[in-house]
Design a binder for this molecule. Structure first.
Ligand SMILES: CC(C)(COP(=O)(O)OP(=O)(O)OC[C@H]1O[C@@H](n2cnc3c(N)ncnc32)[C@H](O)[C@@H]1OP(=O)(O)O)[C@@H](O)C(=O)NCCC(=O)NCCS
Length: 172
């Protein structure tokens, strides 16, 4: 399927490609990046990063929406994954974000997530979006708050307590 490209002030959100593997593997090899997003909080090997990359592409193919690769306009580098997804077993449809550690603190997660929320509201016509956040992930909770989301619930996933943030969406 053809994946739409979204432009923001500093970023391009575009479909993942096979040649993104090096960048994806580099992101997932970092302890701080992996801490709150991999099942055991540990970094991924290159082989598991490959499966993750395939999962990003596959979610678009099977559900018609998914995570974009986030490219920094200035460097043309792939620096994250942000988008709309609904994995099997998830409590609701989510707008999620992850940015390469070298680019934290630049507002990129918030900037990209705003574009994804706009897409969820106007193109996917979702009435609501959640964000699944580990309570210790203070940076991610700050992003949710900056987006206007509030804490709505708790989700016990495989014995781990996760906070569910969210907001109602309205098309423009
Ligand atoms: C969560 C994540 C995307 C945030 O990225 P980021 O680039 O730092 O996000 P932003 O710059 O848009 O916003 C971060 C906010 O966190 C806050 N923040 C930064 N460091 C903080 C700290 N140590 N404690 C508390 N808040 C902090 C700031 O308020 C900042 O907001 P500001 O722009 O108003 O100053 C990034 O840390 C990441 O990718 N982590 C690894 C993957 C991950 O955990 N993804 C989220 C899963 S729910």
């Amino acid at each position: 399927m053809s994946i739409p490209t979204l432009m923001t002030a500093h970023l391009v959100l575009r479909g993942f490609r096979e040649d993104d593997l090096d960048a994806v593997a580099e992101m997932y090899a970092d302890n701080d990046y992996a801490r709150f997003i991999t099942p055991d909080g540990k970094p991924y090997t290159r082989a598991i990063s490959w499966r993750t990359l395939c999962g990003f592409a596959g979610h678009w193919a099977l559900r018609g929406y998914g995570f974009w690769g986030v490219e920094e306009k200035a460097s043309r580098k792939l620096i994250g994954s942000v988008g709309c997804h609904f994995p099997e077993g998830w409590p609701a449809k989510e707008v999620g974000w992850s940015i390469h550690k070298a680019h934290w603190g630049k507002g990129y997660a918030t900037e990209a997530a705003r574009a994804a929320l706009h897409y969820a509201a106007n193109t996917l016509r979702w009435p609501h979006a959640i964000h699944v956040i580990n309570p210790a992930n203070v940076r991610s909770a700050a992003v949710a708050a900056k987006l206007g989301s509030v804490r709505e619930d708790v989700w016990l996933r495989d014995g781990v307590e996760l906070h569910l943030y969210g907001q109602d969406l309205k098309p423009d």
